[in-house]
Design a protein. Structure first.
Length: 309
């Protein structure tokens, strides 16, 4: 029996970008028009804990290399499909190990309005910016996935603070950074001036982390973000590791950087010290474009005039 979700998705894609052509030797690989883009469809049910499991065939991934290619993860519950650009993750897959059946086993993890791609032993990667058909359609039209303005460290820090505020968290930003925030990007709000109680032994470390999301009116840390614009990803992971060893309940650690540093994050996150502490399974990579799209989608605001790099 045909997968009704796949049938509906293919029809929606056809209506938006034109006729699709199935590539030989696969029921999941499609070409758009005169091979202006390639699409690899992968389907999964979403499980009660918010996880969806996928297998990516190594032989199919080879057909994506060198093309304007996307892996489309779609689901059974009406969630927006994800159109993940293969070129952004090609090195991540090459650095991992396929299972005995020739497939890379990956997951999409849903939590609190966010979606992450989990590649075993390579890391967790935020993929919110790739949600929806328009993401893919825009790439077919212009061979660009997103039109992203130049963002500085301070711009990204401001957007992360704005996202947390919109989600109902108190926001802490290092005191020395407050004056550099770019309030043209988001509606201004009050910042928390102190580190939560209970973290006195690592308060110096926490006070240096770029953005903290803290439970409103409480003391639990709900999200930690290090913006590594030009600084070392390893140093950010070390700070996270100290926090995790002090408070094992902490679960949202994000290294935020340009997409070119994604592979470096993956290599650093799986150093033995971070594997042993468990940080490698909790830290995620969040690229600037995801931050920009996440803020726009969550707040409805259209950032204007980001400062120039």
């Amino acid at each position: 029996m045909a997968n009704i979700h796949k049938v509906q998705l293919l029809q929606a894609i056809t209506d938006r970008v034109g006729r699709l052509h199935k590539l030989p030797e696969s029921n999941s690989l499609f070409s758009v028009g005169q091979d202006s883009a390639r699409l690899y469809l992968r389907y999964s049910k979403k499980h009660p804990r918010g996880e969806a499991f996928f297998g990516l065939r190594e032989i199919d991934l080879r057909e994506l290399a060198g093309h304007n290619s996307f892996i489309c993860f779609f689901f059974d519950d009406g969630s927006q499909p994800l159109f993940v650009p293969y070129a952004d993750f090609e090195e991540i897959f090459h650095g991992s190990e396929a299972a005995s059946d020739g497939q890379y086993k990956v997951q999409i993890i849903f939590s609190d309005q966010t979606r992450e791609l989990y590649v075993p032993r390579r890391g967790r990667f935020n993929v919110d910016g790739f949600a929806g058909l328009e993401t893919f359609a825009g790439s077919v039209d212009a061979h660009l996935i997103r039109r992203l303005p130049a963002l500085t460290h301070w711009d990204v820090q401001t957007l992360l603070a704005g996202i947390g505020h919109a989600k109902g968290f108190d926001i802490y930003v290092p005191r020395d950074n407050v004056a550099s925030l770019n309030w043209s990007l988001t509606r201004q709000f009050g910042l928390r001036g102190t580190i939560p109680n209970g973290f006195e032994n690592i308060s110096t470390i926490l006070s240096e982390i770029d953005v903290l999301w803290i439970a409103a009116g409480g003391n639990s840390i709900e999200g930690l973000f290090e913006v590594e614009h030009s600084t070392s990803i390893y140093s950010g992971l070390l700070r996270f590791n100290d926090v995790l060893l002090t408070d094992p309940r902490a679960s949202r650690f994000y290294i935020v950087s340009d997409e070119k540093r994604r592979d470096r994050f993956s290599r650093q996150a799986y150093r033995p010290t971070f594997v042993k502490s468990g940080l490698s399974e909790r830290a995620s990579f969040l690229e600037y474009a995801n931050v920009f799209d996440w803020h726009r989608r969550l707040t409805g605001e259209k950032p204007h005039g980001p400062s120039e790099s």
